[in-house]
Write a protein that binds this ligand. Structure first.
Ligand code: 5GP
Ligand code: MG
Length: 180
């Protein structure tokens, strides 16, 4: 049985299964439960890509929490445009509270650095980062997110929130471009 999917003109093959992703999401939630329970953090989910990761992650948390959804798109099709738009839609009282950013993927690291910088202006106590995937090889300057689901090589991936030209977000697993 083939596990390939076609999106637009490209074929993708299964890379990380649904079960494996859920295990890692639970591991990250355990870490966050341990580190942030009782600290009243605000979670900031970066749209669109992190919506499924954020939805699953917060359901594994064992304390009451607030979540905000912000937009910061910078990627067109399969290439980074290099320019990062600043965040829109941020509306929480975070002064003196920890922020935990929920991201789908960190590639060059430009987006996350910009977001952390933008959020710092709201005077939070701290800004931490939980990312489902990290392309360490693609980082333009070194960066260590606090929680990482998977380190992935420099290949294009889709699924579980990540898209290829707006398709593929609803796939339960993560797929990589075939023959890359
Ligand atoms: P960065 O600013 O770190 O270079 O790029 C981060 C953004 O690029 C992510 O939020 C995501 O939108 C996009 N991106 C980077 N690599 C991939 C990938 O392999 N697949 C998909 N679908 N998007 C990616
Ligand atoms: Mg993103």
């Amino acid at each position: 049985m083939t596990q390939d999917v076609q999106l637009h003109d490209k074929v993708f093959e299964l890379y990380l299964s649904e079960g494996y992703i859920q295990e890692r999401v639970k591991d990250i939630a355990e870490g966050i439960n341990r580190d942030f329970s009782g600290k009243d953090p605000v979670f900031v989910s970066i749209l669109n890509g992190s919506f499924l990761f954020a939805a699953d992650l917060i359901r594994y948390l064992n304390f009451q929490c607030q979540i905000e959804f912000v937009k910061a798109a910078s990627y067109e099709a399969m290439q980074s445009t290099g320019e990062v738009k600043t965040l829109i839609g941020f509306n929480q009282a975070v002064e003196g509270r920890p922020i935990v950013i929920i991201e789908d993927i960190i590639d060059t690291g430009r987006t996350i650095k910009q977001l952390m910088n933008d959020l710092t202006k709201y005077n939070p106590e701290s800004v931490h980062v939980a990312t489902l995937t990290l392309k360490r090889e693609a980082l333009i300057e070194s960066f260590d997110p606090d929680y990482v689901g998977f380190e992935v090589p420099n290949v294009f991936i889709v699924g579980y929130g990540l898209d290829y030209d707006q398709l593929g977000r609803n796939l339960k697993g993560i797929y990589k471009l075939k023959d890359q």
